[in-house]
Structure formats: C-alpha cells, structure tokens
Design a protein around this ligand. Structure first.
Ligand code: AMP
Length: 256
C-alpha cells in the first residue's frame, strides 16, 4: 500500500475540524466492527487491517487517550469521561455517542473503516445502526475475537505500550530487547493505567455485562464473523482475512 493510502486519522483523533490526508478511494471499502474483550488484540488487528486494506483505524479509546494528553483543558464531559476510563469503567453512552456523532464523516471515509472499541453497549450498537442507515452505508462484517478470560487477563496485566509510537510489548511473552525501552523507536514503555489489576477486573465486568450481548445482536443481523484469537498477530490476521473473504464470496453466491 502506498503512503497516500494511509489515512492519518487526524479528523478522528483531533475532531472534525482537523483534516486527514485523503486516502485512496477503494473499490469496495471494508467497513468493519471489531468485537472482543479488552486485551484480546483488537487494536493490533485493527492496525494490520488498516495497513494492509487501507481502512481507517477508528478507536474510541484512542480518542480518549489523545484527549488526556492534549494541553487544552478538556470539556467537563471529557474530564468526567477520562475519570471513568482511569477506573476501567465504560464512559457513559451519551458522551461516547456525542464524540462519535461529531466524527461521523469518518464513516464515509474513501478507504473504509475499522471500528475498534465501539460499539460497546447495545445502545451504542443501535445508534450506530441508525447512523449507518441514515448515511446509506452498510457494515461489511463484525469480527468477534474469542479467547478464554484467564488468557486475556494475563495478556493485559503484562502489556507495556510505547509512549511515542504506541508499539505494544509483553513483559514475558514479547519483551523488548532493553527492559523499559521500545525496540522500534527507543521510546519509554509504560503500563496503561487501565491495565493495572484493579482496573482490569472492572473492565472485564463491564465487557461481560454490556459488550458481550452485542455478539447476539450482530449474529441476528447476520454480520458476525467469529475468529479464535489464540495465535500470533499475523496468524490471527490471516484467519480474519480468510473468514472475511469466505463470507464475501458466500454472500456474492447467494445474491447471484
Ligand atoms: P480501549 O482502548 O478500547 O480499551 O478503551 C479504553 C477505555 O476507554 C475503556 O476502558 C473505556 O473506559 C473507554 N471507552 C472506549 N470506548 C468506549 C465505548 N465505546 N464506550 C464506553 N467507554 C469506552
């Protein structure tokens, strides 16, 4: 994929006033939602799907993290949202929806999109469905990454993220060559506040209670593609693409 193809996500991360580098128009843009518990690897897969298929990686968590790093004083709603995030709790639907709604032009992106971390509640899923209908857009598929809970907790508690380039390591499974420093750019590695044990418990409870019901929601809409996420990122990516393509050809066959 050429450099021009790479959407820079500026409008998503900074708000609609920021302009993105225009991605190349894709003939059949991928419009995907990634589901799965926190720590299952959605962010890594979203990044690979972005790099290789040209679809823009739209993560609601990234918007909150970008807001927490900016020098500008956050709005009262954003300040409250960041407090929820620090505790590992879900940000209220109204705040999340306001943020997504003002960025709705990203859903019309020429390159398509990969939604990562949104929707996370039935109410958010209903709102997204309505917005897609209003915009006359259709989701290609909803990929659900599956992994046992104990495996996820181990992944999350050992995760370390580069504060500069956002590369992700794991203290035992994928340690950096020099402890505490990123192999890619030399930046400092840190543990996300919401990857601490007390926040992980809250996040898992929120997932089970609020997000897991979306599996049925999208199954009923015939959009769900389950992917077992117990392998390396490259293998999981390959599985994802194979299953998405299979689904695409089955749908084309049924339609013909
Ligand atoms: P993530 O990076 O997707 O794990 O998101 C980090 C945190 O941001 C979550 O634990 C929530 O506090 C908040 N967050 C992100 N997306 C949403 C959402 N769609 N609904 C509610 N809270 C969210």
């Amino acid at each position: 994929m050429s450099e021009q193809n790479k959407n820079d996500r500026a409008a998503w991360l900074q708000g609609p006033a920021a302009e993105c580098l225009l991605p190349e128009r894709q003939e059949n843009p991928w419009r995907l939602v990634l589901l799965g518990a926190p720590g299952v690897g959605k962010g890594t897969q979203a990044d690979l799907l972005h790099q290789r298929l040209g679809a823009c990686h739209l993560s609601t968590g990234d918007v909150f993290r970008a807001a927490s790093r900016t020098d500008c004083t956050p709005s009262p709603a954003m300040k409250a949202a960041l407090e929820y995030m620090r505790r590992g709790a879900l940000v209220p639907d109204a705040t999340v929806w306001e943020m997504v709604h003002e960025r709705r032009s990203c859903l019309r992106c020429h390159g398509g999109f990969v939604l990562d971390g949104f929707p996370r509640t039935l109410s958010q899923a209903e709102s997204l469905k309505q917005l897609m209908e209003d915009e006359k857009l259709a989701l290609t598929a909803v990929v659900n990454y599956e992994l046992p809970l104990n495996e996820i907790v181990d992944r999350l508690s050992g995760r370390r993220t580069c504060e500069q380039c956002k590369a992700v390591f794991h203290v035992t499974r994928q340690p950096s060559k020099t402890a505490g420093l990123c192999d890619r750019c030399g930046g400092c590695l840190f543990q996300r506040e919401d990857d601490r044990p007390e926040s992980i418990t809250v996040r898992m409870e929120a997932y089970e209670k609020s997000t897991a019901p979306l599996i049925q929601f999208y199954q009923r809409l015939n959009l769900l593609v389950p992917v077992v996420a117990d392998a390396s990122p490259e293998e999981i990516y390959a599985r994802t693409l194979t299953l998405l393509k299979q689904r695409g050809s089955e749908r084309a066959r049924r339609a013909s």
